[in-house]
Design a protein around this ligand. Structure first.
Ligand SMILES: Cc1cc2nc3c(=O)[nH]c(=O)nc-3n(C[C@H](O)[C@H](O)[C@H](O)COP(=O)(O)OP(=O)(O)OC[C@H]3O[C@@H](n4cnc5c(N)ncnc54)[C@H](O)[C@@H]3O)c2cc1C
Length: 412
């Protein structure tokens, strides 16, 4: 059971690595711990699989490695790879790319079909437990036996996504060989709030601008916009998830979870400017009395108790009832939600942290510590924003690592 290139992990990165190694003429095989490959591909994009993004790169973690990998293998090349496999894609708003049929299964099908046509073995329920350097190559130990290869691509993914991710043990494959693990943290995950702040609002979906401010001095440091979804534990929705990484970093830095402010101006049809957020004299939150003016106008036609009638959904209106118009305007444009944490790995879409990127050649993804060893995908300390950036990196890095692993294999 000796191959040119063995790939550990049958996710987006591993499957594309296997295909690109095989395209170079290498005898490749995939070892997959789970009974099936590509489970995260199937779960992605709410079953539609947002497989790439053609817009400006958005990688809050591992930006410099991601940039280099995507310079060498840009979204256009990843899409050409899929088009070559027979997948039609469509581009939607903000550069997001989906399979034209709207089914994530189509993405996995074309990858699996191509592997089958090229007779690349995919060995499921075969977890790698140890990578051993042996002569000019490697021995991969699994409960099903030992597999030899001249080059190895580690593509075990991260811990995000509950059962779809691993429990952290897979990192040991590389740390045992001297690589460094940057502590994994959940990213792209919902925000948890102090219970009283969201009480009674669960189920509300409102267009809003979300701003994170430091507890200590109220200074804003991160912002997003979109549809905020109130839950019984806090705030979810893409715009909230996009702030989870910054919220976690602030907690690490200052010891306190930040304050979240929601500006519902988009819901009110007002220019998206905050009334004011903090009492801090400086900062971007100038007094902006648009909401106040709107409420004053309504006061002529509606009694004070009914000021929000037709403006805000019932749950929010009930919650804010009884406030004077100054406070109402403030609540509508700077609704405070003290955060109490972020949801864990189970709810997260991606892992921040992972194997240190500086230990890999960014052009080939070969380890600088262990020649012949490559890494790709979420296992590395790279995490992207919502919108297809994580799968794009997984595919691009998989194609890069597979191609380069195949190239060096015959020389070794
Ligand atoms: C619910 C959800 C929705 C998402 N939606 C999107 C989206 O729409 N767009 C986007 O860009 N990103 C999305 N993501 C993120 C994206 O799916 C991942 O970043 C990407 O799939 C990572 O690919 P990967 O190949 O690196 O890892 P994975 O897909 O996790 O694959 C790793 C594989 O390695 C296997 N493995 C682990 N350890 C071992 C071992 N020791 N031996 C053998 N095999 C092993 C695992 O079983 C797994 O099959 C989403 C994530 C989740 C959880």
């Amino acid at each position: 059971m000796t191959y040119d290139v063995l790939i550990i992990g049958g996710g987006a990165a591993g499957l594309s690595a296997a295909l690109s190694a095989s395209n170079q003429g290498a005898r490749a095989a995939v070892l997959e711990a789970a009974p099936r490959v590509g489970r995260k591909i199937l779960a992605s994009g709410n079953g539609r699989c947002n497989l790439a993004n053609t817009g400006p790169l958005n990688y809050p973690g591992g930006a410099s490695l991601a940039r280099r990998v995507l310079e060498n293998c840009p979204a256009e090349r990843v899409l050409a790879f899929f088009h070559g496999l027979g997948l039609l894609t469509v581009q939607e708003e903000q550069g997001r790319v989906y399979p034209a049929c709207g089914q994530a299964a189509a993405v996995l099908d074309v990858l699996r079909g191509a592997l089958e046509r090229r007779s690349v073995p995919v060995l499921s329920e075969t977890p790698a437990v140890r990578i051993e350097q042996a002569g000019a190559g490697f021995r991969l130990h699994t409960p099903r036996g030992v597999y030899g290869a001249r080059a190895v691509v580690a593509a075990c993914g991260g811990m995000a996504g509950g059962k779809l991710g691993h429990d952290g043990g897979a990192y040991r494959l590389l740390t045992d060989l001297g690589h460094t693990l940057i502590p994994p943290r959940p990213a792209l995950t919902p925000l948890m709030a102090e219970k009283a702040a969201v009480k009674g609002l669960s189920g509300l979906r409102l267009p809003a601008i979300l701003t994170l401010c430091r507890r200590k001095d109220g200074k804003p440091f991160a912002q997003s916009q979109g549809e905020a979804l109130f839950t019984d534990y806090g705030v979810s929705g893409v715009c909230a998830m996009e702030l989870s990484r910054s919220a976690g970093e602030e907690k690490e830095k200052s010891g306190a979870w930040p304050l979240l402010y929601l500006d519902f101006s988009p819901m009110l049809g007002l220019a998206p400017r905050r009334y004011f957020v903090t009492d801090a004299p400086e900062g971007p939150f100038r007094n902006e009395p648009a909401a106040l003016a709107l409420l004053k106008e309504r006061l002529h036609i509606l009694p004070r108790e009914a000021l929000l009638k037709g403006l805000a959904p019932r749950l929010l209106a009930e919650r804010l009832a009884g406030q004077d118009k100054e406070n109402l305007a403030r609540s509508l444009t700077a609704f405070p939600v003290p955060l109490a944490g972020v949801r864990g790995m189970d709810a997260a879409q991606v892992t921040a942290g992972g194997i240190r990127t500086g230990e890999f050649d960014p052009d080939t993804l070969e380890s600088r510590l262990v020649p012949g060893l490559f890494a790709a995908g979420e296992m590395l300390d790279v995490d992207g924003g919502c919108g297809g950036f994580n799968l794009l990196f997984a595919f691009a890095s998989g194609l890069t690592a597979g191609e380069n692993a195949a190239r060096i294999a015959p020389d070794r």
